[in-house]
Design a protein around this ligand. Structure first.
Ligand SMILES: Cc1cc2nc3c(=O)[nH]c(=O)nc-3n(C[C@H](O)[C@H](O)[C@H](O)COP(=O)(O)O)c2cc1C
Length: 488
């Protein structure tokens, strides 16, 4: 029996079933639910063999068909990278001119067509990691300015970025976002979402922490937003409004760090974006330096969504675009309240739906009032590993109308499963650290209940650059993990 968060005062979910119309493309999402972007980590990556790197596979097709059948108005993919040298992570899917091959397109076409059969809108999130590209992928990634990411986020190190020239903004960024969008349009996707949040390249332009430019792309919020409006206009030149193609963006509503985006700046940026014609804005928050995917204040716990107080103010300033808010939604009362108080039009769901793939259907037919109770709380790292494992488990088997969508997907609320998963996770972490200390890159999905295919989900590469400081920290962590395994 799946354990769910207890809801003391259930409410009518009806309002969550309202359709949302996108103002520019005129496409309609059948209800308010968005499957938020979740990086799947299911593609291969080999720096010596780019041809196999970042290709989508049937794992992606199966996974997305299940979410599409789960009742979401709109399903977003995990970040698809527009440049193979600027990955959010090895394991990302990639669509670029260099890697645009017929067999790779076939998979995307299949994914889009299967998802659409279930009446959802299928939209690809497209992204460039900028300075948040790990050193193993690129020692000198592009960014808005040369401000290095110092923190060893996720045990990774990051190089000193190269500030893009105005010409490079056109050739290395805008043209690449346009190319990827065009491929997705030709493969039958309903639209794209630019990833402008969480500290990736577009967010590096939007935030004063990382944008020190003195040209037309720096300074005022309007100038910092220029790259976004230019990408939008360049996409629309190739794929006009009349095609019905959706263009949205994920934006931070706030960044909780020194010189980070303030809510007031986010409001001004959102206004620019709204004016130019974006169909929707998905609001989130945080960067690798300060993620924000957890409850920090008592007031946020009461309101459930992490960024609601910031989203409310942004939404007030937006005239046309549909607003989605992502982060923290776990109960129907929380979701209904956020819509009723006009903090958001739509509800983005991330971590809860890797197990509950049909959460919207269950909510709208009155079966459930809340999400599965995560044993990891808000902790992003442990949650992330479990989510990625569940995505892989779902991807292994094709959708079948005769089987529950969650067939083969672990129930993380089951005590025995949780214990086994934690043991597998611990071994996996030890493996990563041992390899890192040996200057090898080891990455992938915790090999738990993957039908004997655990190895297929692991990426190994040589030549990891690693500082003495990080190596010492990792050695200490390895000892800690071994001690923990012993205690299990
Ligand atoms: C495993 C995992 C992968 C994620 N990948 C992406 C991504 O590719 N793009 C993105 O914009 N956000 C990504 N996120 C963030 C989610 O979209 C979402 O903003 C965050 O999880 C907060 O929502 P939640 O509380 O409903 O999980 C990811 C989160 C997790 C846990």
């Amino acid at each position: 029996m799946v354990k769910r968060i207890v809801v003391e005062n259930p409410v009518d979910p009806k309002i969550l079933g309202d359709a949302l119309t996108f103002p520019t493309s005129k496409k309609v999402a059948k209800n308010r639910f968005m499957k938020a972007p979740l990086s799947e980590n299911l593609a291969k990556w080999d720096p010596t063999n780019p041809a196999i790197s970042g290709a989508a596979s049937n794992l992606h097709v199966n996974l997305y068909e299940k979410w599409a059948a789960g009742g979401f108005g709109i399903v977003l993919t995990g970040n698809i990278m527009v440049d193979q040298m600027h990955l959010e992570s090895p394991g990302n899917t990639i669509i670029t001119k260099e890697l645009d091959l017929p067999h790779r397109r076939e998979i995307w076409k299949n994914l889009a067509s299967k998802a659409k059969q279930h009446g959802t809108l299928i939209v690809a999130q497209i992204s460039h990691a900028g300075r948040q590209t790990a050193l193993i992928v690129n020692q000198h990634p592009f960014s808005s300015s040369d401000v290095q990411l110092k923190r060893d986020a996720y045990g990774r190190e990051y190089g000193v970025p190269i500030a893009l020239t105005e010409e490079q903004i056109k050739t290395e960024i805008i043209e690449k976002f346009v190319y990827t969008s065009k491929v997705l349009y030709e493969c039958g996707f309903d639209g794209v979402e630019l990833h402008g949040a969480h500290g990736y390249l577009i967010a590096q332009f939007l935030s004063r922490t990382t944008n020190k430019r003195t040209d037309k792309y720096g300074g005022s919020p309007q100038n910092r937003a220029r790259i976004v409006t230019e990408i939008y206009e360049a996409i629309r030149k190739e794929i006009p409004e009349s095609t019905g193609f959706i263009v949205g963006i994920k934006l931070n509503s706030v960044e909780f760090q020194r010189e980070g985006l303030t809510n007031e700046e986010a409001i001004q940026i959102a206004k620019e974006i709204d004016n130019v014609g974006f169909d929707f804005i998905e609001l989130s928050g945080g960067t690798y330096e300060e993620m924000g995917f957890s409850h920090k204040k008592k007031s946020t716990i009461a309101r459930e969504a992490f960024f609601l107080e910031f989203a409310e103010k942004i939404k007030l300033a937006i005239k046309s675009a549909v607003v989605y808010l992502t982060g923290g939604f776990r109960t129907v009362p929380g979701m209904v309240k956020a819509v009723e108080c006009k903090g958001t039009d739509g509800i983005g769901l991330g971590r809860p739906i890797t197990q509950d793939m049909d959460f919207p259907i269950k909510i709208l037919n009155g079966t459930v009032q809340s999400a599965v109770e995560s044993p990891f709380g808000d902790d992003l790292a442990s949650n992330g590993l479990a989510c990625n494992c569940q995505m892989a488990q779902a991807g292994l088997f094709p959708y079948s109308p005769d089987k529950p969508l969650t067939d083969g997907v672990m129930d993380i609320t089951d005590e025995k499963t949780l214990k086994e998963f934690k043991r597998a996770q611990n071994e996996f972490m030890q493996n990563i650290i041992r390899k890192m200390i040996g200057k090898q890159f080891y990455h992938g999905i915790v090999p738990y209940r993957l039908n004997g295919q655990g190895k297929d989900f692991v990426i190994e590469a040589d030549g990891l650059e690693i500082s003495l400081l990080l190596r010492t920290a990792l050695c200490a962590f390895l000892v800690f993990l071994k001690f923990q395994s012993y205690m299990c």
